[in-house]
Design a protein around this ligand. Sequence first.
Ligand SMILES: NC(=O)c1ccc[n+]([C@@H]2O[C@H](COP(=O)([O-])OP(=O)(O)OC[C@H]3O[C@@H](n4cnc5c(N)ncnc54)[C@H](O)[C@@H]3O)[C@@H](O)[C@H]2O)c1
Length: 267
Amino acid sequence: MSQKLKGKVCIVTGGGHGFGEAMARRFAEEGAQVVIADINPTTGSKVALEINGLHGEKTALFQEANVTSQASWAKLLEASLKEFGKVDVVVNNAGTTYPKKASHTVTEEEYDKVIGVNMKSIFLSVAVVVPYFLEQKAGTILNISSVGGIRVKNGLVWYGGTKAFVNKITEGLASEYGHSGIRVNAVCPILGYTDLAQSFMGVDDTPENRTKFEASFPRGEALKLNTSTGYVANAAVYLCSDDAAFVSGICLPVDGAATVYAAGVGK
Ligand SMILES: NC(=O)c1ccc[n+]([C@@H]2O[C@H](COP(=O)([O-])OP(=O)(O)OC[C@H]3O[C@@H](n4cnc5c(N)ncnc54)[C@H](O)[C@@H]3O)[C@@H](O)[C@H]2O)c1
């Protein structure tokens, strides 16, 4: 591996599973020290243990955290600084949804949860981490958004709205804090076969339905070579590395051209 993140300390929220786990593992391969912040101590500590087994003690730290709590963010920053002495990168990845369904049938509880975990979490990360970045005069924030924030899907309207929010505040924060050495970007993945996949698909997550899904957009077949989580991790490595020092305020679709797909003659 190219060690593109050597010397960087990166917090990855929701690092115990799915896209977050894939990013935590790739970041460690690229030389980073990673703090896996997750509400689930079983999966989060397992991922940290496995990363340390592969890359050496003190590569990964698990910190139990609830991204919707300011006190939890404060503890997360404190634990990261205690263990690794600094923080360079925060990946706001932890997110949730409700099962795809008619928007008027989404319950108030489901609505509050998706707003809290997908939106308030980033507000709190900025409230807690940006003062530290301002003092350090450097820092990188990467928000994990969704193609649903670019083109909102039927049955996932409130979810898509949270990700449209993520895209807009990514631009706004990049503009507001760029002069202070802080970069802010977002990645907009298409469906990843994670714990949330079934909720997004609206059908059973079976091999047949995956094949149908992969045939429904231009580069879907690339999922046979890697996984959606793998491609997102690759994009995250770039955006969090110094190679992207001049890149800020972008919301990068990692979606096999699904968002721009306009079926014409032929396929
Ligand atoms: N899976 C997809 O198809 C897909 C597509 C586009 C975008 N996304 C986005 O990717 C991100 C990660 O989703 P995923 O599919 O990997 O989900 P996942 O459910 O597989 O993993 C999410 C992780 O976040 C943790 N988490 C949940 N709530 C938390 C909280 N309040 N505090 C701390 N940790 C919490 C969970 O314990 C879990 O480990 C989300 O922001 C999601 O919206 C997912």
